[in-house]
Design a protein around this ligand. Structure first.
Ligand code: C2E
Ligand code: CA
Ligand code: CA
Length: 775
């Protein structure tokens, strides 16, 4: 079939073709006219045409235009020149698809050197092409991945190095390929390198090993390493590939997170979690060394007020400054932690109670200088509770300190107090009570009752005082004194006052509408000491008054001087603002504070409420009487109203009226009662006037015959017994036994006896009026 008669050629062609068959190469020969003269078995497979179909046909019929025009020219040129031509070309298969083939076309010459045929050897390179593509992909991935990928020989010689490796370690590939991987090892990690290599050579993969490597500039980087063996075709380890990921950032983030989890963001101080941890450690160390640990719980006074007044940014800066100051006055090995809000805790080791008290004094001292925030100097104080171990449990010690801190607050703030186990015994009950109170507030389970306030001159109702009542589900009636205290300590008191204020204003509306409260009648509402300096009070008052639709003038806020004095400047500002709205201010429990009189001038006071402890003994105790006289005179001269609290007897009433006291409230008329009862009570009074004297027209049905005689005889007996030194009770009992009546035709009590003694034995006291001290 081969052109020419040269058997050798033909034979050698056959031989070659058989060889090429064996390695899968297609051999096709054509004569000069392009007619196929040879087509081997591999060609049958590769092109899809059998030998019998192919031979004798034109090659280009079978395999149309696998070559471009230029390629055809190139083949012809090469072949006629006696060269062979090789190219990757796309070749058509009989079934229509094309595949890549490497084709070499060579000339065949006869013995005269005449070109007689061409022979093409084709290799299907589909697989190779695919591999190349895969390799290209792999290379692209290799270079584009953010992880450093390094190939190395079993001995650790670097054989490949991608771009990320260049970035991570700072060496270009050209500088490291051929070098040992150990150039990345910090000095103290050479052992680790050996271990990794051993593992890998043994066929194991080292995964996600977090370690340190050294960059070209000597800087160490945190990396996560995965090193796996690479195998050759027979499965023997031919090296290793290492993937290194830069985890510096992650490490830094972890460190930050760990720091944040244990520190307060604002002040940078240890937080509650770290504090608890440190305290526990300090306590176990103290147990071993038989020493003591002190916890100082420091809480800023009135921080909420300051914060609201200056804004939260300034409030934050204030806290930072406080943190700085208290850190500055504590020992380096003390822990100063922020306990949330405006609370700080200082843990001091190897200490005792008096040393802890010294620390507390230093802490309080450090806050004395005003904090200058945006020009305005802020004066702050703190209350500190101190607890010294034992107990050896962190929780117990902490709660003791906290308890003592509240105790310090209750005693007037700005001071330190050492935990006292005895006074704290009822703490759990208080906590329970506080929880119950919170619930009661939420469920509207509290009540407000009203006590009438009577004008002593006319008997008219000049106002009422709102007094909170709580009927506890299991404890029964809880006195306000105890739950108001609990509320003050646990911070519930704002909510409590807020609630009472709203309720009371709504009820005031009803009392006004029903004509129970006359034109000038007011609703008195107690404001807890804590809230007198709380700027939110103004908003609360506004909403309560507006909500009820009553004039501001109808509301009287009763504040205690102790409350106002805890922060006189703020209290004065707040009360002035409220006063400017028209709200009346009553100074409650007047006379019990140590500098009452001077404060009358600082605050916009409309009325003073003379404390019950004076009124109680006004008819028996000279001093109390004298003080009451001063208070009434002072108020009069300052044109301030007076209300005597706790008027229980007609004698007290009479004396108070004589002294010029304007109004009174007390069990003599009525205790606090529910709204409806109050309305009924007022309406029951003739002309809506309460009795204010023993005058017959006022004390209905209590006309007494032969009054003078009775009094005279009784008076003589009374004075005699008094001179003999008999007690007031004995005198009263004797007078009653003899059937003598009081000036109000009532039974004698120790107080009536006292009043008569005061009137007759010490008349100058009442009439002569000692000059009140004024400031
Ligand atoms: P306070 O403001 O001095 O209220 C007068 C207290 O004296 C009331 O006690 C009242 O019932 C009582 N009282 C009135 N007349 C007499 C009397 O003739 N004899 C005697 N022995 N007591 C009389 P209450 O209702 O137990 O309240 C005690 C304290 O609790 C109040 O003292 C006030 O400081 C506080 N409180 C009551 N309700 C509230 C409230 O809604 N908010 C606040 N913050 N405190 C309240
Ligand atoms: Ca009051
Ligand atoms: Ca009072």
């Amino acid at each position: 079939m081969v052109v020419g008669n040269e058997g050798g050629t033909k034979q050698s062609l056959h031989l070659h073709a058989a060889l090429l068959d064996a390695v899968g190469q297609a051999v096709v020969a054509t004569d000069l006219a392009g007619q196929i003269i040879y087509w081997n078995r591999a060609a049958e497979q590769m092109y899809g045409w059998t030998t019998s179909e192919a031979v004798g046909r034109l090659l280009f019929d079978l395999l149309p235009s696998p070559l471009s025009a230029e390629q055809t020219v190139a083949v012809m040129t090469a072949v006629t020149a006696g060269d062979s031509w090789t190219e990757d070309i796309m070749v058509p298969h009989r079934d229509g698809r094309e595949f890549p083939a490497l084709v070499t076309t060579s000339p065949v010459f006869d013995e005269h050197g005449e070109l007689i045929a061409t022979i093409s050897v084709g290799t299907d390179i589909t697989r190779r092409k695919r591999d190349e593509e895969t390799a290209r992909h792999l290379c692209a991935i290799f270079d584009s991945t953010g992880d450093a990928v390094i190939g190395k020989s079993p001995s650790g010689e670097i054989v490949s190095w991608n771009r990320a490796a260049e970035d991570l370690f700072g060496y270009p590939a050209s500088e490291v390929i051929g070098h040992n991987i150990s150039l990345l090892a910090p000095d103290d990690r050479q052992d680790e390198f050996r271990d990794i290599l051993e593992q890998v050579v043994a066929g194991n993969t080292v995964r996600n090993l977090e370690t340190v490597r050294r960059r070209s500039d000597g800087v160490e980087v945190d990396v996560s390493l995965t090193v796996s063996p690479t195998y050759d075709v027979d499965g023997t380890v031919m090296g290793a590939s290492a993937i290194a990921r830069d985890i510096t950032e992650r490490r830094a983030m972890e460190t930050t997170l760990r720091h944040n989890a244990l520190h307060d963001e604002l002040t940078g101080l240890p937080n509650r979690a770290l504090l608890t941890d440190r305290l526990s450690h300090a306590l176990s160390a103290a147990k071993r060394s038989k020493t003591s640990v002190a916890v100082l719980f420091l809480d800023l006074d009135q921080f909420k007020t300051v914060n609201d007044a200056v804004g939260h940014d300034a409030g934050d800066r204030l806290l930072v400054e406080v943190a700085r100051r208290i850190t500055a006055v504590t020992r380096a090995d003390d822990t100063v932690a922020r306990f949330g809000g405006d609370g700080f805790v200082i843990v001091s080791t190897d200490t005792n109670e008096s040393a802890a008290e010294h620390v507390a004094a230093r802490l309080l001292d450090s806050l004395v200088d005003p904090v200058g925030l945006s020009g305005t100097p802020l004066y702050i104080t703190a209350s500190i509770g101190i607890a010294v171990s034992p107990p050896m449990e962190a929780d117990a010690l902490m709660s003791n300190a906290e308890e003592a801190m509240y105790e310090a607050k209750a005693r007037g703030r700005g001071r330190a107090r050492v935990f006292d186990a005895e006074s704290a015994q009822d703490a759990p009950e208080r906590l329970q009570l506080s929880n119950d109170l919170r619930q009661a507030l939420e469920e509207n389970a509290l009540e407000v009752w009203y006590q009438p306030i009577i004008g002593l001159a006319t008997g008219e109702l000049i106002g009422v005082e709102a007094l909170c009542r709580w009927n506890h589900p299991t404890l029964g009636m809880v006195p306000p004194i105890s739950f108001v205290n609990v509320a003050e300590v646990t911070g519930l008191v704002s909510a409590l006052d807020d609630w009472v204020l709203h309720r009371a204003c709504l009820d005031a509306r009803i009392l006004i509408d029903r004509g129970v409260l006359g034109a000038e009648g007011y609703m008195g509402v107690n404001v807890s000491a804590r809230n007198v300096v709380d700027l939110t009070l103004k908003a609360t008052v506004r909403s309560a008054v507006k909500g009820a639709g009553i004039p501001y003038e109808r509301l009287m806020l009763e504040v205690t001087e102790t409350g106002a004095m805890s922060d006189p400047e703020n209290a004065a500002r707040l009360l002035d603002e409220l006063h400017a709205l028209g709200v009346a201010i009553g100074l409650d429990d007047f006379g019990t504070g140590y500098s009452s009189l001077s404060y009358l001038q600082q605050f916009p006071v409309n009325t003073i409420k003379i404390d019950r402890t004076f009124v109680q003994h006004i008819t028996s105790n000279r001093d109390d009487l004298a003080i009451t006289v001063s208070m009434i005179d002072l108020a009069k001269s300052a044109q301030i109203g007076t209300v005597a609290e706790g008027v229980e007897t007609m004698d007290q009433l009479i004396l108070l009226r004589q002294l010029g006291c304007r109004a009174g409230q007390g069990y003599l008329w009525s205790a606090a009662v529910p709204l409806n009862e109050l309305i009924a009570l007022v309406n029951d009074q003739p002309n809506r006037r309460f009795p204010t004297s023993d005058a017959p027209e006022q004390m209905s049905g209590r006309r007494a015959p032969a009054l003078e005689v009775t009094v005279d005889n009784g008076l003589r007996m009374l004075l005699d017994m008094h001179h003999q030194g008999a007690s007031l009770d004995t005198i009263a009992a004797a007078l009653n036994q003899e059937g003598y009546k009081t000036p109000s035709v009532l039974r004698w009590h120790r107080s009536t006896v006292a009043r008569v003694i005061a009137d007759t034995v010490y008349p100058t006291l009442v009439q002569g009026r000692p000059t009140p001290t004024r400031t």
